[in-house]
Design a protein around this ligand. Sequence first.
Ligand SMILES: Cc1cc2nc3c(=O)[nH]c(=O)nc-3n(C[C@H](O)[C@H](O)[C@H](O)COP(=O)(O)OP(=O)(O)OC[C@H]3O[C@@H](n4cnc5c(N)ncnc54)[C@H](O)[C@@H]3O)c2cc1C
Length: 397
Amino acid sequence: MKIGFNADDEAFRQTVAAWMEQHLKGDFAPLRFRGGPGDEHSFPEERKAWERLLASGGWIGVGWAPEHGGRGLSLSRQVIFHEEYARAGGPGRMGHIGEGLVGPTLAAFGTTEQQARLLPGILAGTQFWCQGYSEPGAGSDLANVKTRAVLDDSGEHWLISGQKVWTSLAHEADWCFVLARTEPGSSGHHGLSFLLVPMAQASIRVQPIQQLTGTSEFNEVFFDQTPTATANLVGKPGDGWKIAMALLGFERGVSTLGQQMQFHNELDEIIRIAKDNGAARDPILRQRIAQAWAGLKVLRYNSLRMLSGPQDGSLRKEAMIYKLAWSTWHLELGKLAMDVLGSEAEILDAGPYALSRLQSLFLFTRADTIYGGSNEIQRNIIAERALGMPREPRLRG
Ligand SMILES: Cc1cc2nc3c(=O)[nH]c(=O)nc-3n(C[C@H](O)[C@H](O)[C@H](O)COP(=O)(O)OP(=O)(O)OC[C@H]3O[C@@H](n4cnc5c(N)ncnc54)[C@H](O)[C@@H]3O)c2cc1C
């Protein structure tokens, strides 16, 4: 399938742009270009209100199937929506984990009861989610998950005990999807289950972690015999690994194009500063800016190629290179921003952590090559699964 934009699509582009212009103003004007990775702590309540407004305009779940309450827009129009959203400076989406990860996962693996119960809150912009995968001993080696869940005596609840870490937005979330070991004595990919857990419970403790940027957008999350109803198990006991991996596949979805538009905004700001402060006259910096621009074009074409494949959570070869490609590109952009700013890059406007957007960009890009699978792990995936090279020795199956 090829992605192209016809005249009707371009009219749709105008509709999205006009909606954004009409709504991202007044009380919502301060949200322009705010939120998102590295800035998630900003305006949480206002961004939740923005989610509700988006929902009222029918702009959540634009790519979801109509039977799940979505608009069922064509891929081209989804691309347009995400591009125009980011072009207008639409704030980082508080609901992106629900909309981009949980929704497609429930559509693929959830029961009709789970879909009917949980998808409407995502679509309405009223229910927010976080991802409970990583643990102190289970990051790259995710199959080492130790958090366990056992059925209580009534057989109606799973009781979860253990610790998750780096859980983004757990402090804002209503629900967490938790990868937990439900088969005692199991190891590796086996015996894991995918559980949905309401966060408003006394037996859950959320402990913020301060980041390099001085802010806290991720957390440690402790579960102490935390109950969740058996109706909140997705798939069967033991299906957890399969579902967890499919969910990660959905991460490479259409919103990647919106992310690229944000990168575009950042590059534009760097170019503007380079012109203002004379850095653009430096031949090396000029060359690096041109390389950044070309690299962004390559990311876009790769994304379009990736999105032309099936959107079922399977990881095709184009998708396997994408995380490594964008995170490495973005890391270089952070360095370029600092070099363009020159000595100004080292000056804070007001006190510790009063970071400018580009200073924050530089610091947060350190995390880009870690979360969602580190660059080293991405290279292993490419070597083994795309290129068919011998598997790295592993301690377990
Ligand atoms: C900003 C941010 C947000 C995050 N949000 C979430 C979230 O919401 N939910 C969640 O569950 N997790 C989240 N994470 C966690 C993230 O998924 C993990 O940090 C990541 O998987 C790496 O795991 P780790 O931190 O345990 O590092 P480790 O796995 O301990 O790795 C340490 C280093 O060793 C390298 N390494 C490990 N294994 C190999 C290998 N086999 N070959 C070569 N090198 C290797 C890694 O590349 C890395 O450089 C987030 C992380 C960050 C930075």
